[in-house]
Structure formats: structure tokens, C-alpha cells
Design a protein around this ligand. Sequence first.
Ligand code: KE4
Length: 423
Amino acid sequence: MTKSEELFKRACEVIPGGVNSPVRAFGSVGQTPRMIASAHGAYMTDEDGNRYLDFVGSWGPMILGHDYPAVREAVISACADGLSFGAATRREVEMAELICGSIPNIDMVRMVNSGTEAVMSAIRAARGFTGRDKIIKFMGCYHGHSDALLVQAGSGVMTAGIPDSAGVPQGCTKDTLSAVYNDLASVEQLFDAFPEEIAAVIVEPVGANMGVVPPAEGFLEGLRALCTKYGAVLIFDEVITGFRLGFSGAQGFFGVDADLVTYGKIIGAGMPVGAYGGKREIMECVAPRGPVYQAGTLSGNPVAMAAGLAQLTVLKEHPEIYDELNKKGQWFFGSIRQIARECGAPVQVNTCGSLGCIFFTAEPVHDYESAKTSDTKKYAEYFRYMLSHGIYLAPAQFEAMFLSAAHTREELAGVLELIRAYV
Ligand code: KE4
């Protein structure tokens, strides 16, 4: 028995499914999860000493690679001053000023501890601001595990094939309307049906939880126009795209203005951080300034702020990182598409910037239903092949591959050869 197998066996006795988040369970790929002991740069090493080129990057935070020196040093230095005070601190002000000073349409921002918290708080702020109850989300998009959003969600929910979670009372989801990603008509129909009742439309500006599904031409612009027309708040859930597509995230990348934006992952550089922010008139509804209550013991934690500030400062001061990262993504995922074409393999390769994924289906993937045509057994086989060759992919079809600044083109060229040999 390997150390990972032994540890996972113990884990299953004391942790549901042996993991603290379902997507880590390797359930859909028929393998024992590797117990990771350490990570540096683009590599992770498991408890048995096996080294993997990592394309998960902690599900997005590690855009500069693992154990980035400036981040590590900032965390160690912050720890020396104490871990948490439950009081206002300088670093929270610096983080808020950095975000509000650099991202369009973010006049104010509130720190929380996860993407889930960021999204549920943004939804509450939108409802408090508009006085309306209904929200529109998109099938296949995943916005964390708060009750109202576990409706035809992506990521681990989609992987597990549970359209809606048990334990969520109908009352929590009765105001959640589902539309079809990349289908503006499906959104218009909902606005026509509830012209004065929709508080917000929440969207992943690049779908990355049903595999990667980029927005069709005009889709985001259309959502912007509909929200403006009907007085609904447009929320970009940028937990994945924020500070990934560019420093201004999807708003800057696509040139579409949201009213509220949610963040996670990269903003914490691997520490537990989420945030939501946007127009002053909306954010000033949030307590203690306004009547929308939201709170958190460890929100704006000084060590987490130090990590996030260090990573965001590097990204802000070196915009060339994004140029290289997005070019690398275009080349890498474009090469996979080319290989598939040359080999006549029935796969689709979807990509946006440094995000990408392979679907094992012959039909183009542009939404939840077409993503579901992917052969998940084939994906599992592909995953096991790559893992056996030291490549650590998302252990589920309905996720993304995350490139980092630490992945070299030589390493990626080696991965392309493995894929060529596989398909
Ligand atoms: P967290 O609560 O997991 O920090 O963020 C929730 C969330 C919100 N919005 C988007 C667009 C997200 O992708 C996520 C979380 N992403 C998943 C990966 N698909 C996290 C991995 C996991 O669940 O363990």
C-alpha cells in the first residue's frame, strides 16, 4: 500500500469521502487521491515522493506557481506580527486600495474567506440594493455551495451528477432561475416573465466549471444591456477569471462592465480569501454602512492579506506576465487542438487565456448540455494515463486546466508529446 493509499484509507474513516472538498476525491477518475506533501513552482510532490507537473494549481490561485518567493516571504513576515486580531489592520486598507485603484467599476470592496462567501454576499447585496428577490444563474456555472446557488451547478455538483444538492429546502431555491449559458434568448424570456422581480444576473464570464466554455460573441454585452434595461445587478463571478485573464480580469479582457464582481483564489495566493466589490451605491448597502448584514471572524486576515498583496503586487508591477501567460495558453491549447485534428481524435479543446480543457466529444461545447455529451469514462482513462506519466490534471472532466507563469514551454512541449501518444 502506498502512503497515499494508507492515508486516504484513514481519511475515509474520519472525513466524508476522505476529502475536505468533493472534487479532490478522484471519484470520477477511479484512482486513489494522491496525498500531496509539498509543491514548488509548477510541481507538486506526493507523500510517496512522486513528482507531478501540476495543472490544477490549487484550482486557480497559483498563477505564479507554488511557493513563489515573494509570497512565502510576505507570509512568514506577517506571521511574526501575529496571526489574527479581529480588528481593522493596515493590510486590509492596502488590499482594498489596490483593488479599487486598479479594477474598473470597483469603488468599494469587502474581504471574505472564500469564493462561496463572496458570491452569497454579493447576491445579498444585490437583493438588498434592488429590493427584489429573484436571481438568474446559468446551468453549468458553479458559484460555490451556498443554498440558493446549488441549482444545476457545475464543478463537483456536475461531476457527481446531482442536479441539485440534498438538504437545500425548496424555499431557498424558489427564487433562483436558470438560464442557458451563451443563450441570451433564455435570459430575455426570464426577464419578460419577471420584469420587476430580478435582483441580479450572476455569470462566470468564462464558464470554467463545466469544463471551459468561453462566452459567445456578444453574450456578455447582451447580459449587460438586459440588466441595464430591467434594473438588475450584473454580477461577474470572477473567482476564477479575476486577476487571471489580466489584472482587470474579465471586465478588462472583454470590455464589459459589471455592477458587482466576486473574487477568490488568486486574490489570496493560496490563503483563504474571497472578496466582493463594485459600485459604491450598491456596496454602501452593506453593514455597518447599510442594512445588508455580512460578517466574518477572519475576513481580511492579516496573513492572508499579506499573501494576496504580495501576489497581486507582482502581477500589477509585471503586466508582461499576463502577455506571456496568455500567449503560452494560446500556443499550448492550440497545439492540443492541432494534434487532435491530425490524429482524427473526437475531442474538443476550449480555451481562454491560460485556462483550457479537453472534452471527449465530437460536438462543439458551448453550454451545459453540450458539455454533458463528453465521454467522462474516456476522460478518466486520459487522466490516469497522464497521472502515470507525472502529469496532474483536474480529476474530473467538468473542470479547467490552469497554466501558471512557472510552466515552461519545454515542459509543455513534453506534455504535448504525451497527448499525441495518447490520442
Ligand atoms: P470557493 O468557496 O471554493 O473558494 O469558491 C467557490 C467558487 C465560486 N465561483 C467560481 C467561479 C468557482 O470556480 C468557485 C470554486 N471553484 C472550484 C473549482 N471548480 C473550487 C474547487 C473545489 O470545490 O474544491
